[in-house]
Ligand binder design. Structure first.
Ligand code: NAD
Ligand code: MN
Length: 362
């Protein structure tokens, strides 16, 4: 029997609602698949921890995470603590500390979910966004001086390394090659950002030579937003910088129905460190503590986690259950126009997962 050690980091806001829901789903999966077992360790890091200790997570926290097979993360963000402190003190600290340089964000319109795009059929939108996750605009390099004086200067330096750009582009080409359409769009802003983004374009052309089967093209990030809306079927795998892909993937999530559905994986592809799986949404201050959070983004993130762990049959089983649930409007949460609560959706998922397999396929 295989036992995986999973670190659970709910963090703040609705993270505290969707991560326990995710744990219920993993328990339900194991009750139906006796060969699969999870051991959980809970980490109470986040805003409350900050109020007690003055830091979002302890300095030895990364060492504690390293021992796990994977991390399931909720959200960092507290209404009473500045966002840059919560984000840098927890999520970015983990992504950079564990060198999770490939952030992947699958986007599809699931059964039963409406897209705001008028002429888009569900099969027209099937994207895999690859986001550089450790450097670029979010390198953390910069500073402020003359604070509070008229002379004040503030910089956020975007740092692009050849090694960092090459590894994310190679990852994206490899991923595109593994998908049926073998289609990759490299997104930059190399007209205005004339140094690092030009290097991206050059490296893309170099790496492309290793992948003759992949059709690839380039798009500027502003034009890419319009292309996502007007010609969604012209895109398949997409690779972009940390900032650009952050923005494009929230747009992608909205086009696919809701931010509450979208999943993501922060991968350390070499598996030197554990990878981290999380819904793309944040703490959602406006709905936290009310049972209104859509847990599907977390459940789909667990699918990505199971795939990463090599548990493809469990991953497939879970994805089928998710699609069964989204197909039923009575199980839609408020973000999807429904009245279901987080527990309603979670219990329906658990019932499907613990039922005999043929019921899910039926
Ligand atoms: P958000 O994702 O928290 O919320 C945006 C909107 O989407 C809100 O109206 C919210 O109610 C809705 N929404 C989000 N997830 C939902 C779900 N699962 N079900 C139903 N509705 C959902 O983004 P924000 O408001 O910009 O940020 C709030 C806080 O979260 C900030 O502190 C921000 O820094 C943080 N944040 C953290 C992460 C992360 O840790 N990965 C990501 C994004 C934002
Ligand atoms: Mn984001």
């Amino acid at each position: 029997m295989k036992t995986y050690c999973i670190a659970l980091v709910p963090g703040d806001g609705i993270g505290k609602e969707v991560i326990p829901a995710g744990q219920r789903i993993l328990d339900a999966l194991t009750s139906a698949e006796p060969s699969l077992h999870f051991r959980f360790e809970h980490f109470d890091w986040g805003g409350d921890y900050y109020r007690r200790h003055g830091v979002m997570m302890p300095s030895e926290g990364l060492d504690a995470l390293r021992k796990h097979d994977a991390i399931l993360f909720g959200s960092a963000g507290d209404p009473n603590i500045p966002d840059h402190i919560t984000l840098w003190g927890l999520r970015l600290k983990i992504c950079q500390g564990l060198d999770q340089y490939a952030n992947i964000r699958p986007t599809r319109i699931l059964p039963g979910i409406d897209t705001p795009l008028k002429h888009c059929k569900p099969e027209d939108l099937n994207w895999m966004i690859v986001r550089e996750n450790t450097e670029g605009e979010y390198s953390g390099v910069g500073g402020r001086t003359h604070q509070g004086h008229p002379l004040e200067v503030a910089t956020d330096l975007s740092v692009m390394t050849r090694a960092g750009v090459e590894r994310i582009l190679r990852f994206a080409f490899r991923l595109a090659q593994a998908r049926p359409r073998k289609l990759l769009t490299v997104i930059t802003k190399s007209n205005a950002q004339r140094h690092a983004m030009v290097m991206w374009d050059e490296i893309a052309a170099q790496v492309a030579a290793e992948f003759p089967e992949v059709h690839w093209d380039k798009e500027l990030v502003d034009a890419a937003t319009a292309r996502m809306v007007n010609r969604p079927a012209s895109l398949d795998t997409i690779v972009a910088t940390n900032l650009h892909a952050d923005i494009l993937s929230d747009l992608a999530a909205a086009l696919a129905g809701s931010l509450g559905i979208a999943p993501t994986a922060n991968l350390n592809p070499e598996r030197v460190y554990p990878s981290m799986f999380e819904p793309i949404h944040g703490s959602a201050f406006d709905i936290m503590g009310k049972g209104l959070a859509n847990p599907i983004g977390t459940f789909w993130s667990i699918v990505l986690m199971l795939e990463h762990l090599g548990e493809t049959s469990a991953a497939h089983r879970l994805m089928l259950a998710i699609e069964h649930v989204t197909a039923n409007p009575r199980l839609h949460t408020r973000d999807l126009g429904g009245n279901a609560t987080t527990p309603d959706v979670t219990e329906a998922m658990c019932a499907l997962l613990t039922a005999r397999t043929h019921r899910i396929h039926a």
